[in-house]
Design a protein around this ligand. Sequence first.
Ligand SMILES: NC(=O)C1=CN([C@@H]2O[C@H](COP(=O)(O)OP(=O)(O)OC[C@H]3O[C@@H](n4cnc5c(N)ncnc54)[C@H](O)[C@@H]3O)[C@@H](O)[C@H]2O)C=CC1
Ligand SMILES: O=C(CO)COP(=O)(O)O
Length: 332
Amino acid sequence: MTHITVLGAGAWGTAFGQVLADAGNDVMMWAREPEIVEAINNEQRNPVRLPVVEKLPENMRATGNREEAVRDADIVVVAIAAQFARMALEEFKPFIPSNALVVSLMKGIERSSDKRMDEVVTEALDLPMNRFVAVSGPNLSKEVAQRMPAAAVAASVNREAAEKVAQAATNDYFKIFVTDDVVGIEMCGSLKNVTALAVGMARGAGYGENTAAMIETRGLAELTALGEALGANPRTFFGLAGVGDLIATCGSPLSRNFTFGSNLGRGMSVEEATAASNGVAEGVPTTAAVVALGEQLGVPTPLACAMNNVLEHGISCADMLGQLFADGALEE
Ligand SMILES: NC(=O)C1=CN([C@@H]2O[C@H](COP(=O)(O)OP(=O)(O)OC[C@H]3O[C@@H](n4cnc5c(N)ncnc54)[C@H](O)[C@@H]3O)[C@@H](O)[C@H]2O)C=CC1
Ligand SMILES: O=C(CO)COP(=O)(O)O
């Protein structure tokens, strides 16, 4: 039996923990919230972050102790809000077994460094890239938690590592494919959140299908240009983690990023939308990081720039779309 530890018992950490438990693994959740540790161990539930599940599998336990959480792990899965991942992982570093694989489920770019999660995780743990795997795809946690069929992609420079993670997390309702395109997978997961904020905002402001489709395809073009500049494989953008996740996230009120944008479109301030958010909306800090990455790479990022003006300067939805229209590019 494979011993897998999930760091972070948020909505996705818990739903993915259930995927792993349903696939027959021994799953240990680490949570910093004592009430979540207690609820998982005593009631087999996570009423705080994933109330939709009435009974988590028996082979899922929890602890708040870092050493106990990871010391026997074959695979360590990280599902912590991206901006806090580096700090949190540094505290686990002394306890992670030297042969364990480390998997990131996170979809964000660290604002303080403008680095992707593959960079943050390997730096924080001093981990060789061949022990790192990124998992990403159209995986709204509430649906996966209800065991509705879904799929994702595991990316690693080490094919064997990606296959081991894919096997460990595949069950009768969840399937994982493999790729070696870590950068592409990371960029897809992070940038679709920026697009979802903008689409949500347009929806909240009352715009329809054409506007949403325009933002989604311009977002995809922006993500493809940035990803290619970083060496990603263009095919990745048309797979599950790219177009697949854009469709899921930009089309569902279950997405925190879509909902955050929608609340902005309805007239809430960033502070009000943050207070109303049911969990982390990674696109918010990631938007500024995408603008910075675009500047560093010389790649235009009109959508991220317009969305950044919403988040930092409070411009309206009409002005955000106006800025997209004012972009000088004529080639699609
Ligand atoms: N919810 C979803 O549908 C999906 C989420 N993701 C990604 O997975 C990551 C986690 O998402 P969720 O679990 O849904 O978010 P959540 O908002 O439900 O939970 C966030 C988690 O981060 C932890 N955390 C926050 N600050 C921390 C700190 N300083 N130290 C340690 N832990 C800290 C919280 O305790 C919690 O476990 C995000 O990057 C998200 O984009 C990926 C796929 C699907
Ligand atoms: O990544 C997700 C779905 O694939 C979840 O999106 P949100 O973080 O916007 O809820």
